[in-house]
Design a protein around this ligand. Structure first.
Ligand SMILES: Nc1nc2c(ncn2[C@@H]2O[C@H](COP(=O)(O)OP(=O)(O)OP(=O)(O)O)[C@@H](O)[C@H]2O)c(=O)[nH]1
Ligand SMILES: [Zn+2]
Length: 227
């Protein structure tokens, strides 16, 4: 079952909040994709008191994707939400090749400030190609290709990510609506298509460094990120 993208987006006049464009080509939602909460536990952290929530899919299989949740999000409107695609090199090892770690930190700081918030940690390493192929992509980038060219050279699409699982996780958490922290309109469209009410988008701009300048320029120029 597919749902039309909601074009009746409420434009909010607060700070940097942005209305959303709905002009992207959207892939159909995978039929019947659903998730249920499997388990949850407290996660006291440097960003305050959080919860970690795990999920199972329709077939009862556990998901590797998890939600980091602050406060009570059930039925709540405009929950600050981040979809974070796994980046082992950035998230764990602090690589400067990308902006992932800075964005994750920023998102955690933002949800720590408020009463409620969600970070979905999605196991979509390397925009879906996996860590082994991402290292190969980095190798090709050292030979002159950009991020997109490297993926295409290896025979992949530039971005293999699918956000239907993220939408299913948010539905399972029973959030009323979300404010999505991203520069990537595909994430907005993916959630809307999965039946999540995305009220508006907030940009999440990380520091530009010498080592990630080309990476960020490619995101802006070739991948349609609003940077
Ligand atoms: N294939 C590939 N993936 C990369 C590369 N650099 C980072 N990634 C992956 O890209 C993903 C991060 O996505 P981004 O495109 O940076 O940002 P985004 O999450 O789509 O958009 P925002 O929500 O605005 O941050 C992570 O899964 C990283 O592992 C690269 O050079 N090649
Ligand atoms: Zn990264």
């Amino acid at each position: 079952m597919t749902e039309d993208v909601d074009s009746s987006v409420r434009v909010m006049d607060i700070g940097q909040r942005m209305p959303m464009a709905n002009n992207l080509q959207i892939r159909p939602l995978r039929a019947g994709r659903g998730a249920q909460v499997f388990s949850q536990a407290r996660l006291p952290s440097r960003h305050g008191e959080l919860q970690i929530v795990s999920f199972i899919d329709d077939a009862g299989r556990t998901l590797d994707d998890v939600a980091i949740v602050r406060g009570d999000v059930r039925g709540r409107a405009e929950v600050p939400t981040r979809l974070h695609s796994e980046c082992l090199t950035g998230d764990v090892f602090g690589s400067y090749r990308c902006d992932c770690r800075d964005q994750l930190e920023l998102a955690l700081q933002r949800i720590a400030r408020g009463e409620a918030g969600i970070i979905l940690y999605l196991r979509q390493e390397g925009r879906g190609i996996g860590i082994a192929q991402k290292v190969r992509a980095y190798h090709l980038q050292e030979r002159g290709l950009d991020t997109v060219e490297a993926n295409l050279h290896m025979g992949f699409d530039d971005d293999l990510r699918d956000y239907s699982v993220a939408a299913a996780m948010l539905r399972a958490l029973e959030v009323g609506s979300v404010v999505l922290h991203t520069n990537n309109l595909r994430k907005v469209a993916g959630l809307q298509q999965g039946g999540v009410d995305v009220v508006c988008r907030e940009p999440l701009i990380a520091e530009v460094r010498e080592q990630n300048r080309r990476y960020l320029a490619t995101k802006r120029d070739k991948s349609g990120h609003l940077l």
